[in-house]
Ligand binder design. Structure first.
Ligand SMILES: Cc1cc2nc3c(=O)[nH]c(=O)nc-3n(C[C@H](O)[C@H](O)[C@H](O)COP(=O)(O)OP(=O)(O)OC[C@H]3O[C@@H](n4cnc5c(N)ncnc54)[C@H](O)[C@@H]3O)c2cc1C
Length: 241
């Protein structure tokens, strides 16, 4: 069976993302698709699954949460680590049918809020840019239109940085991930920018109060409450990196 034998590898480089998370670059290359993982093995310790941050060369980002990951995060350049894989079903981009379904699902919200998105022509053609929203509380409602419309007009799937709380909600988090959203951690942001992907962020810390502002913002903003057309201008993009 493909990937059933652990392959001996050496750590070439260790990047400390923070005190708890290390990225290890190994001297091995694998043929793998995005979304696949490997089983990392340390003889006499254990074997655990880790996603492939990169396959060529094999790169793992490991959070120290227990005995095995602590041991992996103690490894330094030159140390040995065995990997078995790639394993798991790869991630695929949403197809035309899924984009069409998402547009149809959002059409009532689009009719209510009438968002205007312009400046598509200013987006760098290589898809290497950062879109920055100018507010946070209603970002949840702007993001789907931005992502879908930028994809429709330019073919680029913008990667949104999601507030971590979204990832506590089953089904919802899967839907967000399906359309390219990632948890807005520093490591994820760094990785996306290194991979030269289009990134979307609505800056601003989210606190418990934001859910209150969200409610108030909705009451003030949506047209069926105020009786007036709420034409909200979605902010343009703010730079290329
Ligand atoms: C397909 C797949 C891919 C994975 N990819 C990665 C990856 O890229 N990077 C990574 O760091 N981990 C990843 N994991 C999770 C990793 O395999 C576990 O964290 C692993 O169990 C750690 O082993 P341990 O012996 O260090 O801790 P364990 O003894 O297995 O766990 C110690 C404690 O931490 C808790 N715990 C376990 N995992 C996590 C977690 N991820 N976050 C918070 N608490 C946790 C457990 O419930 C337990 O209480 C992946 C898991 C799967 C199934």
């Amino acid at each position: 069976m493909k990937g059933s034998l652990p392959l001996a590898s050496r750590v070439v480089e260790v990047v400390a993302e923070n005190a708890r998370i290390h990225t290890l670059v190994l001297d091995r290359h694998l043929e793998a698709e995005p979304g696949q993982f490997v089983m990392a093995w340390l003889p006499g310790v254990d074997e655990r699954p880790f996603s492939l941050a990169r396959a060529r060369p094999v790169t793992l980002t490991v959070a120290d949460v227990g005995p095995f990951s602590a041991e992996v995060n103690r490894l330094a350049a030159g140390d040995r680590l065995w990997v078995r894989g790639p394993l798991g079903r790869p991630f695929t981009l949403p197809g035309d049918t899924e984009f069409a379904a998402a547009q149809a699902l959002l059409s009532p919200w689009r009719a209510i809020t009438d968002p205007r998105i312009d400046g598509f022509g200013k987006l760098p053609a290589d898809g290497r840019y950062l879109l920055v929203g100018n507010h946070t509380t209603l970002g949840l409602f702007d993001v789907p239109f931005l992502v879908l419309d930028v994809h429709e007009r330019t073919g680029v799937l913008v990667r949104s940085l999601g507030e971590r709380q979204h990832y506590r909600v089953p089904v919802w988090r899967d839907l967000l991930s399906r359309f390219g959203t990632v948890s807005g951690t520093r490591e994820n942001t760094r990785r996306l920018m290194q991979d030269e992907q289009a990134v979307l962020v609505f800056p601003g810390g989210v606190t418990g109060f934001d859910w209150l502002w969200l409610g108030l913002g909705l009451l003030a903003d949506i047209s069926w409450w105020s009786g007036a057309a709420a034409r909200r201008r979605v902010p343009g993009y703010s730079g290329q990196y």
